[in-house]
Design a protein around this ligand. Structure first.
Ligand SMILES: C[S@@+](CC[C@H](N)C(=O)[O-])C[C@H]1O[C@@H](n2cnc3c(N)ncnc32)[C@H](O)[C@@H]1O
Length: 378
């Protein structure tokens, strides 16, 4: 009889944020089938850097030269890619999706293998780095993007999680595009060794993971990262009230992940009441809420675009004019002589003689409540 495999050791001992040290191919096969709701994978890119790169002042650029990024050949890289993708697919629930990040060195190969395996691509998102590494040799364009492929398990998969309204709310009420402008991970967020050097060559910014996790998982869901590095995915999942499973084969990074997860303070948790229940209905705000939030004031005057009509705001959030008293929608509809009217778009306020739609008040209400979540498009 073959020996019984040793039980997996969760190095954090926290069942909600499990971290396993080892090869993801071996660990993934030990996880239960259909047990994760979202996968984020930041695999080795197989960069194949041939020569050291120097700045004009002759200092050496810290490129990705790690042994874990090296493969003997492209065929070996492809075989590895196929194996980990298959293994992830097995553990994904029937509503789960998978995100993979890569650069021009590997992402086309990864995309082809995903399609061959039957994954169904939903989007390719460009991470546009607002502070890319300069191109010192100047022999080609500065490389300022990385690509994220977002896919469901198959074309036939009926449901998958996409929190459309969360993304819209975080993007000033506009539909979010597939170009995400986010700076590289730097400053206090960049984990350093005792010698002050970067602890990991490819640590990803938390901002990127926040967007992915908020877009494609719900509170309490389990997020898997098979190449967890410094534990960015696990850390962001924890702050966002998700569960996580991280796999990393290098023990040096495991130490960093444990420390990083343990150091997260409750005040770093994001208040999910502000983003989680956001569905179309939850985007509604009443005029009374705006008065309470001091965004609009009693007796303030609203105008129609042509300024032919105006109305005064009452304490209870209704508006009053010669036509009657009622909601912004009701009085708007009476003026338009139509069944209905979107009062937010119909009425305007005046500031220094300039008219702007009162819908801006509603937006500033949401922005004020969400501005501690640093998810910006620019
Ligand atoms: C691109 S880095 C991920 C960085 C990570 N996203 C972060 O923000 O820190 C890839 C990581 O995968 C790990 N790795 C490579 N091959 C692996 C394998 N077969 N199983 C588990 N981890 C692996 C490497 O040690 C490296 O830390």
């Amino acid at each position: 009889m073959p020996p019984k495999p040793r039980p997996l050791v969760n190095v954090t001992k926290d069942p909600d944020h499990q971290v396993y040290c080892g090869d993801c191919l071996h660990i993934l096969e030990r996880l239960p089938e259909k047990s994760v709701d979202l996968v984020f994978a930041d695999p080795p890119y197989h960069l194949q850097l041939k020569k050291d790169l120097y700045r004009p002042n002759q200092t050496k650029v810290a490129g990705v030269t790690d042994h874990w990024d090296k493969f003997a050949s492209l065929t070996e890289y492809d075989n590895f890619t196929e194996k980990w993708l298959r293994a992830c697919r097995r553990v994904m629930t029937d509503q789960a999706t998978l995100w993979v990040i890569g650069s021009y060195h590997n992402i086309f190969r990864v995309g082809k293998i995903m399609m061959d395996l039957g994954f169904w691509i939903l989007n390719d998102v460009q991470w546009y780095k607002s502070n890319p590494m300069p191109n010192f040799r100047g022999v080609r364009f500065t490389n300022a993007t990385e690509t994220l492929i977002w896919a469901k398990k198959s074309e036939q998969q009926k449901k998958y999680t996409f929190n459309h309204y969360v993304m819209k709310t975080l993007n000033d009420g506009k539909q979010m595009t597939s170009v995400w402008k986010i700076p590289l991970c730097s400053g206090h967020e960049r984990i350093k060794n005792t010698d002050g050097k970067k602890a990991h060559s490819t640590q990803k910014p938390e901002e990127l993971l926040k967007r992915i996790i908020l877009a494609s998982s719900h509170q309490g869901d389990t997020v898997l990262d098979p190449f967890t590095g410094t534990g960015t995915t696990s850390a962001v999942a924890k702050k966002l009230g998700r569960k996580s499973i991280g796999i990393e084969k290098e023990p040096t990074y495991i130490k960093i992940i444990r420390k990083r997860l343990a150091a997260i303070k409750p005040e770093e948790y994001i208040d999910l009441r502000l983003v989680e229940p956001i569905k179309k209905t939850a985007l509604r705000v009443s005029m009374q809420q705006l008065i309470k939030a001091n965004i609009v004031k009693e007796n303030q005057v609203f105008y129609t675009k042509d300024e032919k009509y105006h109305a005064t705001l009452q304490t209870d959030g209704s508006i009053k004019n010669g036509i009657g008293t009622g909601s912004i929608h009701k009085i708007g509809a009476m003026i338009k002589k139509s069944e209905s009217c979107n009062g937010w778009k119909f009425w305007y306020y005046k500031n220094s003689g300039i008219l702007s739609p009162i819908d801006e008040y509603r937006k500033s209400y949401f922005n004020r409540n969400l501005n501690h979540i640093t998810l910006s498009q620019s």
